[in-house]
Design a protein around this ligand. Structure first.
Ligand code: GLN
Length: 454
């Protein structure tokens, strides 16, 4: 089929499904058909086409796209149309991918259910009364509901892996620095990474290959060679050492999640992997450290929404009033909570007690991982303690919402790659995810294990 035919099908599917799932904040039909036509013309002229030519893709709405609104699901950016393109979306364009729309998220990527969006609530395609996870819930739901083939999300504390797990798809957070953050609207800069969401491990490997690589526009970009990730797919697991993170089992973990994850681990064993238990004693301090570090960075990053440079503006008699009125109106409750928490943690007299201490905890967590990777190649654990919860169930209790990311956050704090793959269903038919964690730049091993399991 031609790229135009494939794109038209995806757009039709979106038209039918999206009124129920609500994955997209903006559907870019004209743009998509234009790009698809260009791909078809190239094919007709026997010109070289990119690896992703004609593939319909969804982009989380916190990545800047020239001439196409980029809202971060915040009212404060309601009218923002970026004059520049993020590096990842430029790379996808160059590879011939067809962006069909911008996907919903928790405002500024702060949340675990996509309910913090300033515009709409996305549903979990497996059960419309449940959340798709977050913050990349729009991207995860769009892929799970076949509204696009693959999508990009961003992951600061679990925002790719947790929604992938809750929607029964594959989601990968790469090593910090592997994928450029240029044009990704910053939430917590030392943790944010962009990565793929897909229905198969192979698609994730292909998509990562397309977006990874050094970028001089991102000062934390790693200058390392990018392997062909598909070469890892067919490698056997014979002799590969896998460690089960002991501390992730026990209290708070749903028994069906525990059972299903254990069965998946048994299968890895039967595929030839050598499995052992590994202790990461400081893993559990990840969550509290994260909720100091991420809001602190967010409070600084979000200072730029001052009604002057971009975004909405509330008129007022003084500059200070304009700031306050605009920010009071434009930001949602969770974003305000994080700005206040972060500002508090960074203020004089509290910095040492909170921020500095959290950074020390971060180092200890990294040391646990370093010790683990001296013994094993890949670590495994559940991605989330429970399957998808009901919409509205946790909105009034931020702490219980924060707990969804208990097992994903330490990976961001240590800058490591982590991937969630589907490994079964609970009694109600809701998907369960298995998290694979690799050492720095060892995405290949995650693909190896994921593909063999799949
Ligand atoms: N749920 C976490 C938070 O609210 C992680 C979000 C993310 O990874 N962007 O901060």
């Amino acid at each position: 089929r031609s790229a135009v035919e494939i794109t038209t099908e995806a757009l039709k599917r979106i038209e039918v499904v999206d009124p129920k799932v609500k994955s997209f904040l903006c559907i870019t039909a004209d743009h998509a058909l234009k790009v698809a036509k260009q791909v078809d013309q190239k094919i007709a002229a026997k010109e070289e086409i990119g690896l992703l030519a004609g593939i319909p893709i969804g982009i989380k709405d916190n990545m800047c796209t020239t001439g196409i609104p980029t809202t971060c699901a915040s009212r404060i950016l309601e009218n923002f149309v970026p004059p520049y393109e993020s590096t990842v979306t430029q790379k996808l364009k160059d590879a011939g991918a067809v962006m069909v729309g911008k996907t919903n998220l928790d405002e500024f990527a702060m949340g675990s259910s996509t309910e913090n969006s300033g515009y709409q609530i996305t549903a979990n395609p497996w059960d419309l009364s449940r959340v798709p996870g977050g913050s990349s819930g729009g991207s995860a739901a769009a892929v799970a509901a076949s509204e696009c083939v693959v999508a990009l999300g961003s992951d600061t504390g679990g925002s790719i892996r947790q929604p992938a797990s809750l929607c029964g798809i594959v989601g990968l957070k790469p090593t910090y620095g592997l994928v450029s953050r240029f044009g990704l609207v910053a939430y917590a800069s030392s943790l944010d990474q962009i990565g793929p969401l897909s229905r198969s491990v192979e698609d994730a490997a292909i998509l990562l290959g397309a977006i990874a690589g050094y970028d001089n526009k991102d000062s934390t970009s790693l200058n390392v060679p990018i392997p062909d990730y598909t070469q890892f797919l067919k490698k056997s697991l014979k002799g590969l050492k896998i460690g089960i993170i002991e501390e992730t089992f026990g209290e708070g973990l749903d028994s069906i999640v525990e059972k299903t994850v254990n069965e998946a681990i048994a299968q890895l064993k039967s595929l030839g992997a050598k499995v052992q238990k590994i202790s990461c004693p400081r893993f559990r301090y990840g969550l509290p450290a994260y909720y100091i570090i991420a809001p602190s960075e967010a409070s600084a990053n979000l200072a730029r929404y001052d009604a002057v440079k971009y975004g909405i503006r509330e008129n007022a008699d003084s500059l200070i009033d304009m700031y306050t009125k605009t920010r009071a109106k434009g930001f949602g409750t969770e974003v305000k909570r994080r700005i206040m928490l972060g500002t508090y943690a960074l203020s004089a007299g509290y910095y040492d007690a909170y921020y500095l201490k959290a950074q020390k905890v971060r180092t200890l967590i990294k040391q646990d991982f370093d010790a683990a990777f001296e013994k094993v190649d890949v670590l495994v654990c559940p991605t989330t303690p429970t399957t998808a919860f009901k919409a509205g169930e946790k909105t009034s209790d931020p702490l219980s919402m924060y707990l969804s990311d208990l097992m994903t956050i330490p990976v961001n704090l240590a800058g490591l790659p982590g991937m969630s793959i589907p490994c079964g269903f609970d009694q109600e038919g809701l998907p369960i995810g298995l998290q694979l964690i690799g050492n720095v730049l060892e995405e290949g091993k995650l693909f190896q294990v994921g593909y063999a399991y799949e």
